[in-house]
Design a protein around this ligand. Sequence first.
Ligand SMILES: Cc1cc2nc3c(=O)[nH]c(=O)nc-3n(C[C@H](O)[C@H](O)[C@H](O)COP(=O)(O)OP(=O)(O)OC[C@H]3O[C@@H](n4cnc5c(N)ncnc54)[C@H](O)[C@@H]3O)c2cc1C
Length: 414
Amino acid sequence: MHHVDTLTSPTAAKSATKSSAVTDAERAKLVADVEAYCQEIRPIEEICYLEHRPNPAIAELAKKHNLLGMAMPKEYGGRGMDSLTYARALVRINREGTGVRTFFSGHTSIGQYPILKYGTDEQKKRYLPKSCTGGCTLAFGLTEPEAGSNPLEGTCTYRREGGKLIMNGVKYLISNGSIADAVIVFAFPEGSTGKDRRMSAIIVDTAGDTFEKEALHAKPGMYTSDTAMFQMNDHPVNGDNMLGKEGEGFRIAMHTLVSGRLSVASGCLGTIEDCLDECLRYARERHQHGKPIGKHQLVQEHIARIEFMRATSDAMIERAAIAKEISDNAPGDADLLSKADFAVAEAKYWASNAAWEAVDRAVQVFGGRGWSELYRPFRHLQDVRVCRIYEGTDEIMKLKIASKLLGKGFEAFA
Ligand SMILES: Cc1cc2nc3c(=O)[nH]c(=O)nc-3n(C[C@H](O)[C@H](O)[C@H](O)COP(=O)(O)OP(=O)(O)OC[C@H]3O[C@@H](n4cnc5c(N)ncnc54)[C@H](O)[C@@H]3O)c2cc1C
């Protein structure tokens, strides 16, 4: 069985979330730094959003407030936070916008995380400290124009030549893709077929004119963060940059997505929380028919439903974060990883759909002002829809959950 409820006993939760390397004071300092970051970014983010342009302060202020390595061990310059504390930080950050949080997901949850889990000591020393201090923005490049839900249909390639790995191909819809200094790229050996066609993960430094990048602007939301495509044209990479074993790329990608999906779920909870606060304020202030709209019972229904979405998402994210932390603390334990994968998929599916309901209701509570980028509910509505698509669509999450419950032989897709 893949239920994780046994993992969420108070004792297990305590031991899983209390990393001995981090003190309560350090955790409290992180919460304070995240709050300071959010307060400082809000007015800048609002202007950039309304002008539909990237917000460079997302990364700059993250550096200033020492938030670029929240979930990385202290020995690599990070703050050593456990999965639950990091998830809570992303909840708070996402209240400032899904685009703001997506930067952190791309950089830490799916950028730094696979290097930490699969990198050699040398790779970790080369990439993690500078990524924690602002010297190296990271991204995760799995999706291609013709390969999304099934990354094994990808066509990016590598070959070895003179001690280098030579990369070719296009990656599409990559968060931080045009600002990253290094991307975890998934590619196949050039010319491979059949059994030899096994995907590998390679850390690709993006400098040089053989790596062409292009920010994608035709998107209805998340204007302030970077979504990009890039093309590698015989792009040479250090021969030591294979991440994990050759051919292990699919496993690395799936493991990394457990971390990424938890970050998306956490972000969605931030969206719900912000919508709830906005609705409570507006429903008290706005008067129609001689009373605050919050006294109309149909408006109260919207508020109650948003609260249900908040409470259920919060519980599922906590359960998923604990399952992930337990798995992280037991490297190589396939059963614990499978449980974490399951709990995170449930949380990601639930929270992203809960957020979609919450933003819709918040827009309704705001009436005509709800249908305007000048107000937060509509900005959240535009941004959050993608959370049901990226890092695994609704459909893929449902198939993953049902097939795991049904057991061997019921895999919905190869
Ligand atoms: C803003 C944004 C940021 C992103 N950031 C990143 C990133 O940082 N790195 C990265 O690698 N990718 C990223 N992506 C890509 C994202 O993960 C993919 O878009 C997503 O996985 C879906 O792939 P696709 O778009 O190719 O859709 P497809 O896989 O073509 O799916 C189309 C539809 O078919 C459904 N479908 C597909 N297969 C099945 C099946 N077997 N059973 C049932 N239904 C199925 C899907 O659920 C979906 O509804 C990002 C995307 C966006 C929009």
